[in-house]
Ligand binder design. Structure first.
Ligand code: KIV
Length: 288
């Protein structure tokens, strides 16, 4: 809270301070307004409207098909629900890779049309140039290495990355190149904890892990995984903190039972009319 009792939005400097202080950064995904209100109230530091939305809320079988417009619609809803945490927009597959101009134009849409504080892009390689271009345009960038779902097919599927010395070295080089390009933060997904520890030692920017061990500067999980809403296969690193799908199913089943049995609606769920008005209405109807 600030002096006036209003909530002070977090800034990038707060994340750097947390890293320096050894205070873990809490990041989570959200895809709609009610979830944004919940994660804000729970006190998270960063909210990612991940392209995992493709699978968690839009019913696609991978993150690849989701469009810029779909992501912008979800991101705007989350923006309307957030005050304090930093908001990260996830640039979808095909919206930034082809050129620096395309990357900057897409990143600008996420800032201008959805109010993002940062944007996230996946992979090293040519993405390093895209990151540099977006940063040069004044937009903070989150890099993402290790398992990068947008290009999972090329990586041999949804599997841990950097499990040989050579593969880990290549990933660390990508991470260093992304930092040199100006990335403010790095997400590292599904890599051995030992590799994360070596990476964190070598980077000055905060490293946010997902399935990357406890040595990262912070953690991110997909909201629908940790709350038990998503009923697709879960990665090894997912910990379920609730069973919202089970609770929701039980609630809807009970509603259906009560509608069918006549238990719902009861008198208290409806509106009344004074008996004099009912009598008058009956007279009016009879006089027709
Ligand atoms: O799309 C997403 O939710 C992500 C996180 C898993 C980091 O990229």
């Amino acid at each position: 809270m600030s002096v006036a009792g209003t909530v002070r939005p977090l800034a990038l400097g707060d994340l750097a301070a947390k890293k320096d202080a050894g205070e873990p950064i809490v990041m989570i995904t959200a895809y709609d307004h009610p979830s944004a209100r919940i994660v804000e109230e729970a006190g998270v530091d960063m909210v990612l409207v991940g392209d995992s939305a493709a699978m968690t809320v839009l019913g696609y079988s991978s993150t690849v098909p989701v469009t810029i417009d779909e992501m912008l619609m979800l991101t705007r809803a989350v923006r309307r629900g957030l005050t304090r945490p930093l908001l990260v927009g996830d640039l979808p597959f095909g919206s930034y890779e082809a050129s620096d101009e395309l990357a900057v134009a897409t990143a600008q849409r996420f800032v201008k049309e959805a109010g993002c504080d940062l944007v996230k892009i996946e992979r090293g390689g040519t993405t390093v140039d895209r990151a540099r271009a977006i940063v040069a345009a004044g937009i903070p960038v989150v890099g993402h290495v290790g398992l990068t779902p947008q290009t999972a097919t090329a990586l041999g599927g949804y599997r841990a990355q950097g499990r040989t010395a050579e593969a880990a070295l290549a990933m660390i080089d990508d991470a260093l190149a992304l930092q040199d390009a100006g990335c403010a933060l790095l997400v590292v997904e599904a890599v051995p904890a030992e590799v994360t520890a070596l990476l964190v030692e070598r980077l000055t920017i905060p490293v946010i892990g997902i399935g990357a061990g406890a040595d990262a500067d912070g953690q991110v999980l997909v909201l629908h995984d940790l709350l038990g809403i998503y009923d697709g296969p879960a990665a090894k690193f997912v910990k379920r903190y609730a069973d919202l799908r089970g609770a929701a199913l039980a609630g809807v089943e009970e509603y259906a039972r009560e509608v069918r049995s006549g238990a719902y609606p009861a008198a208290e769920h409806g509106y009344g009319m004074p008996s004099a008005e009912v009598a008058r209405l009956q007279e009016l109807l009879a006089g027709r």
